[in-house]
Design a protein around this ligand. Sequence first.
Ligand code: SF4
Length: 258
Amino acid sequence: MLEVYKKLPKTNCGKCGIPTCMAFALKVKNAQLKITDCPYVNTEDKELLSQKPIITMDDNYERVSKELEVEAKQTDFKEAAGNVGGQFELNNGCEVIRLKMMNKPYEMRKDGLYEDGKYCHDSWSKIIIYDYIRRKGNKPLSGDWVTLGYFPNTASHVKAFQRSAEEKVASAFNNNINDLKARCKAMGGLEDTGKMKADYIYRFYLLPRIPLYLCFWAADEEFPASCKLFLDSSAETYIDIEYLAYLVERFVELFVNL
Ligand code: SF4
């Protein structure tokens, strides 16, 4: 952080949106900003531009996943499996929890998360599944369908969520209901009826106890298609809401681009 600070003008002018150069340097160190976000840094300074962030976001994810891994490994697997809808097994005397995330099978072992029999190297999958297991959420579905904005501290996510998730699905399948149905089937979606009067409702399981309801209204002569995604209000018992928001976005990414 001090190395970054030394290269700044140290005038605390606030033009970068951060009140002080020191706070700016901290954000660069944490890879939340780039040093070139300060308009007074000489952008022709090759050495500076080629300088890698001291900590990248990937480093941060890896660090979080390692911290959560420690906690998830210490969990009582038998109890956790029962609580989160996983399947507990003894495999050659080793405890295992099997579960599916977005229709894909994973194995939680006492030495970490496995995917297709190999140690999983995707930090985000690890973060989500470790958090899900360590929390051992044990709450029946409430049956109340809620949008992401229902959960606390999600105000900043709501607009981005509409754009990056709901509008994306609506425009991808605007005039293509057959594709929508085929995609739902391929992703393990089950036709559902529910509280919404939508033209199509499909239920997916992001994780065994975290259903996602996709409601789709087909386009007509007046309006384009629209989509709403709902979660059960019990979801926050099972997973951190930041991770949940990311999980839904990841689902949509897969759903639209499969
Ligand atoms: S714009 Fe540059 S000089 Fe001004 S506060 Fe931010 S880092 Fe400091």
